[in-house]
Design a protein. Structure first.
Length: 367
């Protein structure tokens, strides 16, 4: 179950999956070179023959138009596909370089980061396989992400969804309830977002707001709070009986780690938007949140949908541990697909591509 995923049986698709095992960008470059050379050895002679017959050009011209250009373009495409994760890691690294002051610490952090990146790619390959199986079988899944503010919920959600199809796997992050929603059945505003067959829904915060922020900040009455604990276990059992797989994660960090992460957000212009007035109050009311969390876990930890606690002080380890645990909860397997063959483009002798007016083209700032 936990090997690399297979998107299809074609040679190209099989090779693309190998990318999840590569150790570095240099491995990716080397892989692309091998891929191009093998591709040419298998298809080059046939392609050259057809091309010469059609266009009456020389062997040297065909070679000049194939190897170097294809190699460069494939290499660039492969690297671009992994730049998003590297960009997110650079964001983490800005803070790591402040914390790891000595060269020895920096070297250890670099080695650990490489190991993290390698394992993340492997797990994301498994998530692609899981997505494929869910879409094929009609499986339905809800994953709740709860926890302390700045505990790493958003980072895990990003890594889970990063390489997946948003039509199969989507994230729901609802704002505070409107005046109208406050008059509805408490769970009503969440229900429209539940998955249909072949879908996974990730809730970044959920109906457990009532047991956390609403209780601590006084946004709900005592009666509402008590009713939540009466209703929630039965509500979740009903979801499970209907065929939905419900997974609940609580991300836990200690006081000092949250303090550091909040200071990082305050001093980082790119992260200041993450710090809300409610987040600041969670620092003041740390102990109140602890009591609320303990009661919530005790009252709503049911066998049909148990709570899973993710230690989050090490954010990279938390991401890997959570994703690997999630994969272990679902009996997914390889789905065999028909080989995908790229059809040839049709060439119409009357085809004319008209130029785009200059005023419609955005300025080229970076080329």
């Amino acid at each position: 179950m936990h090997g690399y995923s297979r998107l299809g049986d074609s040679t190209c698709n099989k090779k693309l999956i190998i990318l999840s095992s590569l150790k570095s960008r240099f491995d990716i470059l080397e892989f692309s070179r091998c891929f191009v050379y093998e591709w040419q050895s298998q298809t080059g002679n046939k392609a050259m023959t057809k091309s010469k017959e059609k266009h009456k050009i020389t062997e040297q011209e065909v070679q000049a138009a194939s190897i170097a250009d294809l190699h460069h373009r494939l290499e660039r495409e492969l690297l671009d596909s992994y730049d998003e994760e590297l960009e997110m890691e650079l964001d983490d690294q800005r803070f790591d370089e402040i914390v790891h002051a000595s060269p020895g610490d920096m070297a250890a952090a670099t080695a650990k980061r490489r190991q993290y990146f390698r394992e993340l790619l492997r797990l994301q390959g498994e998530l692609v396989k899981l997505q494929d199986w869910v879409a094929h079988t009609g499986y339905r899944m809800i994953i709740l992400f709860e926890g302390r503010d700045a505990a790493g919920k958003g980072g895990v959600i990003k890594r889970i969804t990063q390489r997946l199809n948003p039509r199969v796997v989507r994230t729901v992050a609802l704002p505070a309830p409107s005046d109208r929603e406050k008059t509805q059945w408490y769970f009503q505003r969440y229900v429209p977002h539940f998955p249909a067959a072949g879908e996974i829904v990730l809730f970044d915060r959920s109906w457990y707001n009532r047991a956390g922020v609403e209780r601590v900040m006084g946004f709900c009455s005592d009666d509402d709070y008590k009713e939540f604990f009466r209703s929630t276990p039965e509500f979740e059992r009903m979801l499970v009986r209907s065929g939905i797989k419900l997974v609940k994660y609580w991300f836990s960090i200690n006081d000092d780690e949250q303090h550091i992460r909040f200071l990082s957000r305050i001093n980082d212009p790119l992260k200041q938007w993450k710090l809300s007035p409610m987040d600041l109050q969670s620092r003041v009311r740390w102990e109140d949140y602890t009591h609320a969390k303990e009661k919530m876990l005790n009252k709503t930890n049911i066998s049909e949908a148990p709570w899973w606690v993710v230690p989050g002080n090490d954010k990279k380890a938390a991401r890997l541990n959570c994703i690997r645990h999630l994969l272990s909860l679902v009996p997914y397997e390889d789905i065999i697909h028909e080989e995908v063959i790229l059809p040839e483009r049709k060439h119409n002798p009357d085809y004319v591509r008209h130029p785009v007016p200059d005023e419609m083209i955005i300025p080229d700032y970076y080329s």
